[in-house]
Design a protein around this ligand. Structure first.
Ligand SMILES: C[S@@+](CC[C@H](N)C(=O)[O-])C[C@H]1O[C@@H](n2cnc3c(N)ncnc32)[C@H](O)[C@@H]1O
Length: 293
């Protein structure tokens, strides 16, 4: 089933062209397919982000990199009929899934396919920039955040969640490290490059927001246990998700049959060590970030 409207596409151009291509390809379709499961998995971080966002009735919010809209729908419910909540994302399949959910839930949330780092938002027309893991993919983060700041009214606020370093996130690190002996040597990630861990360094993140003109920047750690695998066979469930979404999924696509067989077995074993009360439970660690325009 194709979810997005025929003809609705974002040009693959500008500094974020590579990300636009990535999130409109396989990755975007897989996120849309896994929406239900990912929203369950990431709910502790939605709740934490919504707590620091402290949305008031009537608030006007941009949900940056809203994906399939889970947080946008929750932000819209809190802002009420007098508010406005706009989810912005570069991924056509994910925006289509978000719109479908808003329609099903009769939510006032609106969704726009656009690059948040360059879309010409009306100046000073929003009270809050919010995001759950949608702000780590800008090639040029300082100009991106400076651009989005112009959309905020005086006194406007920022509230988002982004990942702390991989080694503090066993739900990602443990399967990846288990697979390492069986896969080709991986290039070390470039610190700060667009990707899930672009803002894992607190000082760098603080610097990006300060250079982009924000004040009162506060960055606090928050940890939560994540239900990575559930159901009748929680290890199989966790394994499938780990190999379909996230850093290992990208690597697995490049492997030969033998590498895939050996690394699948190793990842399965790593996940099986974390079964508790009929679920695979592993730790996740984020920064909760607030600032003022
Ligand atoms: C890790 S996903 C998170 C999605 C969603 N916020 C969630 O928590 O389920 C990152 C999202 O950021 C979006 N994204 C990346 N760069 C973007 C940009 N420049 N403007 C808008 N969205 C962007 C991607 O398309 C993707 O949907």
């Amino acid at each position: 089933m194709t979810l997005h409207n025929a003809g609705e596409n974002l040009a693959h151009e500008g500094p974020n062209a590579e990300q636009i291509e990535y999130w409109n390809g396989d990755a975007g379709s897989r996120w849309a397919r896994y929406q239900d499961k990912l929203d369950g998995l990431l709910q502790p971080f939605s709740d934490a982000m919504l707590r620091i966002a402290a949305v008031k009735p009537g608030d006007r919010t941009i949900d940056v990199g809203c994906g399939c809209g889970a947080t946008t729908l929750e932000l819209a419910a809190r802002a009420g009929a007098g508010g406005k909540t706009l989810g912005v994302d570069i991924s056509a399949p994910m925006i289509a899934r978000a719109r479908q959910r808003a329609e099903e839930m009769k939510s006032p949330a609106e969704f726009m396919l656009a690059d948040a780092s360059s879309h010409p938002f009306a100046p000073a027309s929003f009270d809050l920039l919010a995001s759950r893991f949608g702000i780590m993919f800008f090639l040029e983060p300082v100009p991106a955040f400076a651009h989005m700041r112009k959309a905020l009214a005086p006194g406007g606020r920022v509230a988002f969640a982004c990942w702390r370093p991989m080694k503090e996130n066993p739900w990602i690190a443990a399967p990846l490290f288990a697979a390492l002996p069986h896969i080709p040597k991986q290039e070390p990630a470039i610190p700060g490059a667009p990707g899930p861990f672009a803002f894992d360094d607190r000082d760098r993140l603080h610097g990006v927001l300060t250079k982009a003109g924000y004040s009162a920047v506060e960055i606090e750690p928050f940890d939560a246990p994540l239900s990575v695998g559930t159901g009748a066979d929680p290890v199989a469930d966790a394994l499938q998700q780990t190999l379909d979404i996230g850093p290992l999924a990208r690597i697995f696509r490049e492997l030969n049959d033998e590498q895939r067989r050996l690394s699948t077995a190793a990842v399965r074993e790593a996940l099986a060590r974390h079964v508790a009360d009929g679920r695979v439970v592993m730790g996740g660690a984020v920064w909760l970030v607030t600032a003022r325009a």
